[in-house]
Design a protein around this ligand. Structure first.
Ligand code: GLU
Length: 496
């Protein structure tokens, strides 16, 4: 049987970084096995529906480069792929469970349930609708058949609950956690269906996974508590369950607790792939999809080699479920920046320049060959494509401001005269790096000076600070006129 996996988000907001990792692992397994990656939108909870969220999820997957093979936009033979369009499917399965006595109608009102909860709290307990309490409640197990029929006839609101069996020790295998063991006495009778015709997550999820012939359910750890119920639903329907894998949590940068949107705000890093309601996404911050995917893949999975920088195909080839760890994985934004730097370096110059222009549109005005030449010096240092402008704009524009502390330390009484003297000498060379280096060395030794006396202020004049590539390379890049101009400007503006 070919592998069929699904990513099944609820459109309740933007796709979180954890959701993108879940989608990625599903994608990697599907592609490695020549199977199908399915996007199913779980939108049966109308109260939590957020306009634009589904479209956002689809755009985010497309940007990341892991598009689904089957989705609401690309139908396969298992559609519809939006649960709100599948409502007619679910009632048939609820009826089946009701007829077999595996589920029952419950007519308890919200007030009845609240009363039970309060009673339990007063007794320092916790109310759970299940094997210990269901026979005291208002449901089709306690009411006469005729009474049930009448309530249904009258249209009294109800829910259908799963009749959890008592006293059973369940051991379910999970690809990440090996075995998960639970006593069914600790589980409640979950609601499967409501009288408004809406299934709950549990029912719709299991029915759809079965009907869509899903072979592997790979999802976040927060769904682990639902595993026993899902497993028992498969059993109740007489269906073969898929394999299950619950992925480790993504933890805050300090390793304590689950990563949240607020951590991103506090730490100044994104948690969404794309901008959402004014909050910048990874894309807008200048992260490449390749780096983000690489980082996410290794956040909870190890390819068991030392090679960390992987492209999508390499991840597909080396992915394996047994490389997924159980323990939560710490979100380390520094590591992500490092991946971005590594992936930028692997790009060819044309593609990289395209990214640089997207990141800093004003680079569009710089001639292409100048951009390409500048990359020779700084390609390895770029963390984001826009850095070519924000960090290394001195290649294309004279400095507007000069780093104050550098000036305070390096700009002396004699600096102007020294720079002018050196420039006069440099003008007579070919302005090639080695010639410039030779002239500068000659110049400082003839005056019995340390080389820094000229080199540092020269750098300040050309760059505006003490950073940048070799001063000789930069002078060659800028050429005689521009170098002379920048020195003149600095002399005019800077005072010791
Ligand atoms: N709709 C659930 C979610 O929002 C799906 C969980 C699952 O994959 O079973 O994550």
């Amino acid at each position: 049987m070919s592998v069929r996996v699904r990513f099944a988000p609820s459109p309740t907001g933007p796709l979180h970084i954890g959701g993108l990792r879940t989608a990625l692992y599903n994608y990697l397994l599907a592609k490695q096995k020549g199977g199908a990656f399915i996007l199913r939108i779980e939108d049966t909870d109308q109260n939590r529906y957020v306009e634009g969220a589904e479209e956002y999820i689809q755009r985010a997957l497309a940007w990341a480069g892991i598009p689904p093979d089957e989705s609401p936009e690309h139908h396969g033979s298992f559609g519809p792929y939006r649960q709100s369009e599948r409502l007619s499917v679910y009632s048939e399965y609820v009826t089946q469970l009701l007829e077999q006595g595996k589920a029952y109608y419950a007519f308890d009102s919200a007030e009845d349930l609240e009363k039970e909860r309060q009673k339990a709290t007063e007794n320092k307990g916790h109310f759970s609708y299940g094997c210990h309490t269901r026979m005291n409640m208002r449901n089709s197990l306690t009411l006469e058949k005729t009474a049930v029929a009448q309530l249904l006839e009258e249209g009294v609101p109800y829910v259908v609950r799963f009749k959890m069996e008592a006293d059973r020790i369940l051991t379910i295998s999970d690809e990440v956690r090996q075995a998960v063991t639970v006593n069914t006495n600790t589980l409640d009778d979950k609601v499967l269906f409501k009288s408004d015709g809406m299934p709950t997550y549990h029912l719709a999820n299991v029915v759809d996974d079965h009907l869509m012939e899903i072979t592997d359910v790979i999802r976040g750890e927060e769904w682990l508590p639902s595993l026993p119920l899902h497993f028992l639903l498969y059993e109740a329907f007489g269906w073969e369950p898929p394999k299950f894998a619950h992925l480790p949590l993504i933890l805050k940068p300090n390793g304590k607790g689950k990563l949240s949107k607020r951590d991103g705000e506090a730490g100044g890093f994104p948690v969404y792939p794309l901008t959402w309601s004014g909050i910048k996404g990874f894309k807008e911050e200048g992260y490449l999809p390749a780096s983000l995917l690489n980082f996410l893949a290794l956040l909870g999975w190890s390819n068991k080699t030392d090679e960390e920088v992987l492209d999508l195909q390499e991840m597909i080839d080396s992915f394996s479920m047994d490389g997924i760890q159980k323990a939560g994985a710490r979100f380390d934004v520094e590591k992500l920046r490092w991946f971005n730097q590594q992936h930028l370096q692997k790009m060819d110059d044309n593609a990289l320049i395209e990214q640089c222009i997207i990141g800093a549109p004003k680079l569009q005005d710089v001639p292409y060959d100048r951009l390409k030449k500048a990359l020779v010096f700084v390609k390895e240092r770029l963390i984001f494509p826009a850095d070519l402008d924000t960090e290394h704009g001195y290649f294309f524009n004279a400095p507007g401001v000069y780093d104050e502390s550098a000036v305070a330390k390096q700009w002396k009484e004699e600096t102007a005269e020294l720079l002018e003297g050196f420039m006069a000498l440099a003008q007579t060379t070919s302005f090639e790096e080695s010639a410039l280096e030779g002239r500068l060395k000659e110049y400082v030794s003839s005056r019995e000076l340390g080389i820094g006396k000229v080199m540092a202020p020269l750098r300040i004049a050309l760059v505006g600070s003490l950073k940048g590539p070799s001063v000789y390379s930069l002078m060659t890049f800028l050429g005689k006129n521009e170098t002379a101009e920048r020195i003149k400007r600095a002399i005019a503006q800077l005072k010791p």
